[in-house]
Design a protein around this ligand. Sequence first.
Ligand code: SAM
Length: 449
Amino acid sequence: MTSPVVAPALSDVLFACAGCLRDVLAGRSLTESLQEVPDEWRAPVQSVSFYVMRQLATGQALSGLLLDKKAPNRLVESLLVVALCLLAVDESQANNKARHVPVYDAHTVVNQAVKAADKHKKTASFKGLLNACLRNFLRNKESLMQAIAVRSEVQWGFPKWWIHQVRQAYPGQWREILASAATPGPMTLRVNTRQISREALRQLFIEQDISCHEAGHAGLVLARALPVTQIPGFEQGWWSVQDAGAQLAGEIVPVHDGMRVLDACAAPGGKTAHLLEQANLDMTVLDVDSHRLARVEENLARLKLDGPHVHMRAADAAELSQWWDGVPFDLVLADVPCTASGIVRRHPDIKWLRQEADLAKTAALQRAIVLALWQTVAPGGYLLYVTCSVFPIEGQEQARYLEMSLAGAERLGAPGQILPLAEQAGSVAPHDGFYYALFRKKPESGKDG
Ligand SMILES: C[S@@+](CC[C@H](N)C(=O)[O-])C[C@H]1O[C@@H](n2cnc3c(N)ncnc32)[C@H](O)[C@@H]1O
């Protein structure tokens, strides 16, 4: 008999969220931090932590007003910020549930935050301070909220530099782009059409009351996100979770049986798998991170796409001597490391992990990788440049630079910048933000061209 799952106390959830926030502010990803949370607590801790990441500017602005001096330590400060994010929720908003806003009774939040502080060595002696700040907030909520509302980072939930970058790049759309990050994206699946047709899977979903609609060539967008184990066919490898914007990679590139393909920045393998689902390829799977590469292996095995035609390499794509045997590829997929500014609605910690100075550094890394990879493309072969970013320095500006720098390159049609925009006010953007540029090496170009 399995024992019933006991929901964690709110005090434990708040404390675990404070630990995650402290980690993110120290530069660690939320995904990594959440892995240390006990399994049975993870769902509520993730849900509150995601909300806190979206509302962080509000929580931090309030804690700045409520604390007379610097917080005694980072954990106390994080616990205060987490509780303030929850207390600042506007309970009158009818669509709170749709926007995944956790709504708790205000006095419960205060009591549980103080209880959480009391349970732990690093925070116990500051429970009085926490209690005073939170009660002060409740007494003066309206005036405090008014005082911070004018700050742009509070209004939009992004660091100032990020707002400035998006505003400069998209003068007519910056508000919608920033607003779309406040709502979680839809759960979109990519059907493994080697295993099952999209129509057959859709019928199966209908029989199980799982509503969905089609997107792109192989996508199914679920009306409601569900745990993967509650959707038929995960273990059988019938589908993968992949945003509709990411699925474009496999739709743009011209794959056919027998092609020699390199996925140069492959992990966790979403796009690798999509290409292998479409044709019998000789596939080299490269990533600098061997731990992440192991996830590609797991995913390909689950999808029944593994075998001797797949060659795994853990190496730096820009260092050809580390991994390339000199035989050129018909297609190179360069889904290069980027700021991930296009996927913040799914990873809301990203906006706090990145610094403005990262933009130029990341763009330089992308250039180094693509310039090296271009040497591995066969004459007549293709290179698809991809980033999940909305910043032009990683998108159209980069593509322009590459077009001028890649010897013998011609630029082919590709979507360019796709923005995470809702189709109508109040709806959810159907895909994340991506940039796609497709280059072909002219057949007459030399091998090293
Ligand atoms: C955007 S992710 C790739 C996502 C993947 N293509 C997918 O669809 O699932 C970028 C990947 O590039 C890898 N990476 C970063 N620098 C690299 C380098 N110099 N050479 C190879 N891979 C690199 C990272 O480890 C990361 O897994």
